[in-house]
Design a protein around this ligand. Structure first.
Ligand code: HMG
Length: 481
């Protein structure tokens, strides 16, 4: 027992002395989009109000014929490197979260490095390692966990960088996490209006300017068939309603695990989150970043998590005074009957004062960009962070909580603190890119979706492009100036 206490003290001391996290981020979105209202809604026989309010998506980003998850990833990294003045020799690892693999064996990161070397010179990334993390929408979070651990262990070992140059391997280890995906479902299916495409690249280093990770990570994993894409299929198989409920139970489970682990490493202590009797960890969080397959899902997630976290606190009395007591499962003979009554109670809770105030201040602003981009799978939660930055809502000292979910299924919950250096970053450029996009006709959208378009809608210019696929299936990319 004394040994465990000693270990925990050591972890705490290290945490107090070494901060590791996201230093800067860049977002890439394709230049094409389809509006969910107008032609799309009419052709599918759906009321636009359902898509705008019930789902929360106004526009979905659609990749052009020369784009895929690899070109989007390379574009995001190029912007990040240029903005943060990082050279290839500074980067020790590029870990890529994706479920839109372009090859069954070759790591997408090697294609990305090939593209970046068209700009930085052949061999410039030779010492950089790369690997692909596949775990549906949670892949990039596992990549972040891994790179942050590697950066932290370098900083703690105090090892020297190579003489004369930072080589990404010494005590100043620098890594990049990329989240890159194309979310695609069958045409005319109920998943179709939750599509999108985009990439987020994040620079991970010690003493980060943007978000320092607090250190505790809660996790949850269970074998589920909520959403998957068998080998060879271009679109995902999805059991829609089941996927929503897997998401809710996994995030709830990972949050409970996060609380236990946060307690162990002292994150709830007065010098950290400072949770006292009768309070919830949620009270100390400025923002809760959920995975955003579609913005409305964040409301379902918040309803479920707030109920879970509040129902044993004194404040639940005020909630029940307003909307009545929660139904108890034991009172129902079938899970279906209980489910119906519980869903009705959830609706009432969604209208309660306490829920609305907390949801509108801590969650709703995180969906700002997703409403205009759609689901970008593993990058969606990080797009939520970009949404806050874009609207100027982040301030030094703010605590943000990441609730990452991936179908199949797995969830990770961790927190971070916004840093002073964040003020020196200029992340407010995503909206400009979104405003400059071209709206697709329904026909062009469907042709792109089905791979029927051989030429690009907007010929590539100043960007990476897929130029062709050779007779062996090898993909040929270039930077088109
Ligand atoms: P649906 O059949 O469109 O759902 O499927 P719905 O009919 O229940 O409608 C949704 C809401 O719109 C409801 O609100 C309706 O009432 C409302 P609620 O009753 O719940 O409050 N509505 C309207 N609102 C205003 N005006 C109207 C109107 N009409 C109806 N006129 C579903 C929705 C998300 C299931 C479907 O689109 C789908 O299957 N999408 C793909 C799967 C998905 O996104 N799942 C999310 C959880 S799993 C996940 O996040 C992982 C994932 O990202 C993949 C990965 O991990 O890699 C998907």
């Amino acid at each position: 027992m004394p040994e465990v206490e000693g270990d925990l003290k050591e972890i705490q001391t290290l945490r107090d002395t070494v901060t590791v996290g996201i230093d800067d981020m860049a977002v890439y979105v394709p230049k094409l989009f389809i509006s969910t209202t107008g032609e799309f809604a009419t052709s599918r026989g759906i009321e636009p109000a359902k898509l705008m309010k019930g789902i929360g998506v106004e526009k979905m980003s659609i990749p052009d014929a020369h784009e895929d998850a690899a070109t989007m990833a390379a574009s995001a990294v190029l912007e990040l490197m240029k903005r943060s003045d990082i050279l290839p020799k500074d980067i020790g690892k590029i870990y890529l979260g994706t479920e839109s693999a372009v090859d069954e064996a070759k790591a997408m990161g090697t294609y990305v490095i090939g593209m970046l070397e068209k700009v930085y010179g052949r061999g410039s990334f030779e010492e950089c390692s790369t690997v692909e993390f596949k775990s549906a929408c949670i892949g990039a979070s596992y990549a972040l966990e891994s790179i942050a651990e590697w950066v932290g262990s370098g900083a703690r070992s105090g090892s020297e960088p190579a003489p004369g140059a930072a080589d990404g391997q010494g005590d100043d280890r620098i890594g990049i996490v990329i989240a890159s995906d194309v979310a695609r479902y069958e045409l005319e299916s109920s998943g179709e209006y939750t599509q999108g495409a985009g990439s987020v690249a994040m620079l991970v280093k010690k003493e980060p300017r943007m978000v320092a990770l607090d250190g505790a990570i809660g996790s949850f994993t269970r074998d589920e068939n909520d959403f998957f894409r068998p080998i060879g299929k271009r679109v995902a198989v999805v059991n829609g309603k089941h996927s929503n409920s897997c998401y809710l139970s996994a995030v709830g489970g990972a949050f409970a695990s996060f609380k236990r682990r946060a307690q162990k490493v002292g994150l709830l202590n007065p010098n950290n989150l400072n949770i006292s009797q009768g309070e919830s960890i949620l009270d100390r969080l400025s923002y809760i970043l959920f995975h955003i397959p579609y913005p409305r899902m964040t409301e379902y997630a918040a309803l479920s998590l707030f109920r879970q976290e509040w129902k044993n606190l004194p404040r639940w009395k005020d909630v029940t005074a307003e909307i009545g007591p929660e139904p108890s499962q034991e009172m129902f003979s079938s899970p279906e009957d209980y489910g119906k009554v519980d869903a009705a109670y959830n609706k009432k809770f969604s209208k309660s004062r306490a829920f609305n105030e907390t949801f509108m201040s801590k969650v709703e602003p995180t969906t700002f960009l997703s409403r205009q981009v759609g689901n970008i799978y593993t990058g969606s939660m990080y797009l939520g962070l970009a949404s806050l930055a874009e609207q100027g809502l982040l301030h030094a000292g703010d605590k943000v909580c990441f609730c990452s979910y991936g179908s199949g299924c797995s969830a990770l919950v961790f927190s971070g603190t916004i840093q002073e250096g964040f003020k020196s970053l200029t992340p407010g450029n995503v909206q400009k890119k979104l405003d400059a996009r071209k709206e697709l006709s329904l026909k062009d959208y469907e042709d792109l979706h089905e791979g029927r378009k051989s030429g690009s809608i907007l010929p590539p210019s100043g960007e990476f492009a897929l130029m062709g696929i050779d007779s062996q299936g090898y993909r040929l990319y270039d930077y088109v100036s």
